[in-house]
Design a protein around this ligand. Sequence first.
Ligand code: SAM
Length: 186
Amino acid sequence: MVQLTDLAHQIVAEHLRTGDIAIDATCGNGHDTLFLSQAVGDSGAVIACDVQQSAINATRLRCEGQKNIQYHCGDHAEALRSLAEQYKAEVAAVMFNLGYLPGGDKTKTTSLASTVAALKSSLVLMRPAGIISVLAYIGHPGGQAEETAVNEKFNSWSHSGKIEILHRPDSQLSDRSPRLYIGKKI
Ligand SMILES: C[S@@+](CC[C@H](N)C(=O)[O-])C[C@H]1O[C@@H](n2cnc3c(N)ncnc32)[C@H](O)[C@@H]1O
């Protein structure tokens, strides 16, 4: 079975070119940052954001030798709000992998309010045909409400013609499986 993290990389990679700007809004252990860094190449740029310094450190370690990454330790709602002033409609991909840091403090999870605010800024940041990918988890406290908010945001963007949905969770999912949402800006 294909892992949703791999599926996200596969779909995002189809829309990235050398020289692009990409954002990892929850860099965690750095898997998505390394993927984005390799996909955009030395002429591109990746902004890796995480609220925990331990995650920034883990990402730096995984991405050692990659010269196109800028690190930002802080809340992604604030980071993306200020980046939206600098990189309005320039960003090729924004990736979110919600929840807690694997191997870290499981109580330090993403939260509904800052995730929704960061999603709104992402739409401002994305260029036409830019991609947004959100992997959400419902097994931890607050996870279900956060996933519902992500689902509503993708639905409203889709209905108002702001994004084309490229991937959404299977509506038959009844267990605690992760949920992957991917959209392309129109
Ligand atoms: C599932 S992990 C990310 C995994 C990562 N994408 C990878 O490839 O290893 C979720 C991350 O979100 C971070 N996080 C939680 N709240 C955040 C916030 N408000 N802003 C930015 N990062 C946050 C956590 O610290 C954690 O590292």
